[in-house]
Design a protein around this ligand. Structure first.
Ligand code: ZN
Length: 345
């Protein structure tokens, strides 16, 4: 992977040398006429507003959820490139030449962190030769900073293939995760572009108001879910389960990132048969033959949830995606009355 990225990078840099004049300070203002500018370039006074064109901050967002929230807060002051598609499994995303181009030119990288993007971000950061994005710089916006992760391992054993070495990284699927991501993005944009703070503040407040309305809808549904039982394919929805008191019986993957084995499936099927009304939660990337097999053997209902924005229709924003997640879970739980429950087998 590293070698492949290095080759790609050589090609990218050839292209970039001619464009290097464009890879400048994001706050640099381009004036149609130098005489239109007076004083400190960061506090420009223009004789005519139309004489100024502010280059938007070039952001790279690792996942569409971060792109959506960064766009909502950044408005026209940002332009965003997104690395992952909403249908992908973030743990196994492969770096592409286009990712490297975007990273080499970016003013900031917006990531979840907690090793969610471990498969592609460290290599890109190393190869992009963009000092602005490196750890410790304001251009690296780690949105999980300050987030209390679930399942932080006491002893890390990578040889077992666990892709959650810093605890559960799927913060973007926590109902409270939007607030966390937005808070970090707002702080990051204000640090990079202080003169934009009033606009960021206004847009951030508007987004929080929209979120507050959504949270009312979600908690109205989630209030009935306490004690309901689910099995997850991958440990993506643990935060959501914890926030509503849903009981997670187990996961189809024996460890995060490890494909199910026949023995593990047999154990899981046994446990699910002893319970009633178990819902099997999958994502777009994981709704596969093992899921169908387990559903057939246990009678469990399967619900496929989006695991990122823009993976399925109707999820173009993070709030709409979470609306759909709540609606689908509620629909899966709703028909389960003792009368209708299947005994499995
Ligand atoms: Zn994971």
């Amino acid at each position: 992977m590293q070698r492949r990225i290095a080759i790609l990078f050589a090609a990218v840099m050839l292209l970039a040398t001619s464009a290097s004049a464009l890879v400048g300070d994001p706050l640099k203002l381009v004036a149609t006429s130098a005489s239109a500018l007076v004083g400190d370039p960061l506090k420009l006074v223009a004789t005519s507003a139309s004489a100024l064109v502010r280059e938007p901050l070039k952001l790279v967002a690792t996942i569409p959820d971060l792109a959506d929230i960064a766009q909502a807060i950044g408005g026209e002051r940002v332009s965003i490139t997104t690395l992952c598609k909403g249908t992908e499994n973030t743990h196994f995303v492969t770096a592409k030449p286009s990712h490297l181009v975007a990273m080499s030119r970016a003013d900031a990288l917006v990531e979840i962190g907690l090793s969610l993007e471990m498969a592609f971000v460290p290599g890109l950061l190393e190869q992009c030769r963009n000092d602005r994005l490196q750890p410790g710089k304001p251009g690296l916006i780690n949105t999980s900073e300050g987030w209390k992760a679930l399942d932080v391992p006491v002893v890390l054993d990578r040889k077992q293939g666990d892709v959650h070495p810093q605890g559960n990284p799927h913060m973007n699927l926590a109902p409270s995760g939007g607030r966390q991501m937005a808070e970090r993005i707002f702080a990051g944009l204000c640090a990079l572009d202080p003169s934009g703070k009033p606009e960021y503040q206004k847009r951030y407040d508007a987004w929080l108001a929209e979120l507050a309305e959504a949270e009312k809808r979600w908690s109205a549904l989630g209030a009935a879910w306490k004690g309901r039982k689910v099995v997850l394919y991958h440990k993506e929805f643990d935060y959501l389960a914890a926030e509503y008191g849903i009981d997670v019986l187990g996961s189809v993957e024996p460890k995060p990132g490890i494909a199910p084995t026949p023995g593990h499936i047999a154990d899981l099927v046994e446990r699910m048969r002893r319970e009633k009304d178990v819902v099997l939660i999958t994502a777009v990337w994981s709704n596969n033959k093992e899921v169908r097999e387990i559903a057939e053997r246990t009678g469990a209902r399967v619900v496929e949830l989006p695991n990122m924005c823009r993976g399925v229709p109707g999820t173009d924003t993070w709030i709409r995606m979470m609306d759909l997640v709540h609606q689908r879970i509620d629909a899966a739980f709703r028909p389960a009355t003792p009368k209708e429950a299947k005994s499995g087998g």
